[in-house]
Write a protein that binds this ligand. Structure first.
Ligand code: 5AD
Length: 337
């Protein structure tokens, strides 16, 4: 049977089969592939593209991820931390603009997370019909539990690469794939809608690595999947590495949609940064989420990679979504089974 048919029918393939499929990526007709991804997305969610208000809460980070511009050893990174009131104000503005999901994101900042439960509780009290998504990296399960208890609904934690040796080349000793995966398991156990994902074209990534990422995602079956191209940052050891390919990213988005018709799949900021039509093309390849940046301006830069675009929820965003034949949906947009 054709591998794409098998992927659609069974929702997964072996890593070897994903590898064959990935190696054929330039021979597979994109129009048909993307149309198939869109058809599956439309059956699951219709033509709604969900908007999430992204609030980048802190650029302090204790981690040393070698690819990331805000890693702890970058002395030149601009560091800022929003106060709880600033986070709540930003969420309030987003709510009034119509958003019904707040994504609070930040580095692994032990100072910021001290107030996180309070912030979550406040948001759930003030905006009970809005979802709260967290994205603050790896923390002990009891802390994840506390935030869940406070009312958080979802958690984004990319696995980055499902290959332990590759993970080790992208991170300092002490950060392991094993621990990352145990965090994902904990989040799932606690009842979060859980997001995993990886960068396309990260340094040292082989086609085999991508195949294992796809096999991992289609077996873990996260509710959300964050996939974007790697983009170098000038103050990191990967400064002179090439960026990931937009075309490969779009191909992978389509495969993920075919494997998991119900997954919430953003057209990421990194994709929009590398391509002026990235948002539209991502949606045309099967994405159904965008995350405009609602961080108050002037708070310093959350610069994970060079040239990071600020995606705003303005007319331009609406146009991109509509150019892809979809409509902006300012609703919670929970995962549907
Ligand atoms: N290029 C693209 N994505 C990056 N991320 C971090 N650094 C980069 C980069 N240089 C992604 C990682 C991380 C998320 C917050 O941002 O996948 O999980």
């Amino acid at each position: 049977m054709d591998l794409l048919d098998k992927l659609e029918k069974e929702g997964t393939l072996s890593a070897g089969e994903f590898l064959s499929l990935y190696r054929m990526r330039n021979a597979i007709g994109r129009e048909k592939l993307f149309a198939r991804a869109r058809r599956l997305r439309d059956t699951a969610y219709g033509r709604d593209v969900y908007l999430r208000a992204l609030v980048e809460c802190t650029s302090f980070c204790r981690c040393g991820c070698l690819y990331c511009g805000i890693n702890a050893s970058n002395r030149y990174a601009v560091r800022y931390r929003l106060s709880p009131d600033e986070v709540i104000d930003a969420a309030g503005r987003a709510y009034r603009a119509g958003f019904r999901t707040f994504v609070l994101q930040g580095g692994e900042d032990p100072v910021f997370v001290k107030d996180l439960s309070t912030i979550i509780r406040h948001l759930k009290d003030s905006f009970p019909d809005a979802a709260v998504t967290l994205s603050f990296g790896e923390w002990p399960e009891p802390l994840y539990a506390e935030w869940k208890e406070a009312g958080a609904d979802r958690y984004l934690l990319r696995h980055e690469t499902a290959t332990a040796g590759h993970f080790a080349r992208l991170h300092p000793a002490g950060q392991t794939l094993e621990h990352r995966l145990s965090c994902l398991q904990a989040l799932r156990r606690l009842g979060y809608q859980t997001g995993a994902g990886f960068m396309v074209g990260s340094p040292f990534q082989s086609e085999e690595d991508v195949a294992r990422d796809l096999a991992f995602l289609s077996s873990f079956r996260p509710e959300m999947a964050g996939i974007g191209p790697f983009i170098p940052h000038h103050d990191t050891v990967f400064a002179s590495c090439g960026a990931g390919s937009v075309d490969d990213t779009l191909f992978i988005l389509a495969l993920i949609r075919i494997a998991m018709p119900n997954v919430l799949l953003p057209a990421t900021t990194a994709l929009a940064t590398l391509s002026p039509t990235g948002t539209r093309d991502g949606i045309l390849a099967g994405a159904n989420v965008v995350m405009p940046n609602m961080t108050p301006a002037g708070e310093g830069r959350y610069e994970l990679y060079d040239g990071k675009k600020r995606q705003d929820a303005g007319e331009a965003m609406r146009k991109e979504i509509e150019a892809a034949g979809c409509r902006m949906a300012m609703v919670r947009g929970d995962y549907r089974d």
